[in-house]
Design a protein around this ligand. Sequence first.
Ligand code: HEC
Length: 495
Amino acid sequence: MGRYWILMLSVLLFSCGEPRTSKKTRLKIVDHLELEHTFLQVEELVTGMDVPWDLEFGQDGFLWVTEQAGKVYRIDQETGEKYLVLHIKDVFKKRTTGLLGITVHPDFARHPFVFLNYTVKRDSSIFSRLMKYTYAHHVLTKPELLLEINGNTGHNGSRVKISPDGKLIWATGDAHDNKNAQDLKCLNGKVLRLNIDGSIPADNPYPGSYVWALGFRNIQGLTYSTGGKLYTSEHGDAIEDEVNLIEPGRNYGWSNIEGMHDLPEEKWFAQQWKTIEPLRSWTPVIAPSGLDYYGSNEIPEWHNSLLMTTLKGQSLRMLKLDDKGGEITDEWIYFDKRYGRLRDVCVGNDGAVFISTSNRDWNPGPGFPLKGDDRILKISVSRALKPDALRGHIPVKPALVDGKALYTQYCASCHKEDGKGVEGIFPALVNSTIVTGRATTLIHTVLKGKSGSAQQMPAFGFLPDAELAAVLNYIRNSWGNKGMEIQKEQINQKR
Ligand code: HEC
């Protein structure tokens, strides 16, 4: 009899179904990561997405995500269930344009606003627009156009954030025009600051202007630290990707300065305009993308750091900050080439970290997309006891192959920092067809050296392949030179 009742009860329970909120599907663990003291797990939160461009953790406890083709989702961080809240139909998506940045108002209960950036095409012109939406009845409604600026097929930026003082920050790209970033009347190549109704704040550094800081090429990451400092990540040209600490009213140099302010004409410009140098620059380029500040103690090794995803570099990087947030003191690379291009990173309210792949975009690496791409992965502390046999992915230190630094060390004494050489003695590398021409000729020259009439060029065969490739790519793409990238394998073949 008792058994019968239990059976009845369970039938009843199952037929009614559990309430939706308690339905916890287990996420699939796909990887582990070993830090010095902390063992992390990587779970697949969502699969089958189409270029999840921007991840933003809302104070409503949900992960908000834009897909480049025009959809906005709200995602449950425990189950990965996703809810479509908006589908923008007039998005112009081609290569790097489309629906890009999103931010959710931090005081969401009082201000249920979501801000989005996307590209549109009218006739033959491209524009980049900043929109405000209101979240109501599980969808984004009431679209309001706050600001529209010129766009282009590339270099549109752009990320958005709400500052600690409740203003809207918009990081734009130079729209492929080298004049834009230094032109204060133009809103491209800038960090802009707006009131959330789209008007110009009275306390902006240039009165009557949205401009908060200038001199940027193509900003791809934007974040505030808990201390209220604003950081950006940015794509350099063929060399020198950057991470910057943004100060109001200041100039960051592009397109007169690229990366560090170290060439003679760059130094001159830096002095004139009191420009600010990047906290760090990367040559060869890694194509930095999303940036988020990690302030939690949940993963102690990452406390007070910037987490940054890279596209070309195909990794997650941790840039440890000093106490004041004014310097990067350490750098680690995670998941090197493991998940392909990584577009964005975002920190959840309990210290978990979310990253999104970008293997269905215009430029996937060989072997990608993988099954399940694009994915959003959740990285959190593993609560399970670590079995000895279970190894995690081991982080790596970035290789110190900085083409520019190697050039300074090995070549600048003769060919000079600006590549112009010394007339009649050391040939200029600027405008040299040997430098930008056939890779094999250039590799041969530098590997074997050259004995000219007056002076000798030493042989550099002692440098490892990766370092030689870095220095050659630096001279091929500096001072106005443009040349195809040389792979380290090509150098190995010529030895
Ligand atoms: C000690 C001085 C010296 C140093 C150091 C030096 N070079 Fe040279 N380099 C020369 C001289 C001299 C020539 C011209 C040789 C000749 O007469 O053909 C030359 C020629 C070249 C050329 C051919 C340019 C052209 O248009 O003819 C390239 C490319 C080059 N150097 C690259 C490098 C690189 C890269 C480094 C550093 C890794 C380097 N050199 C370091 C002295 C130097």
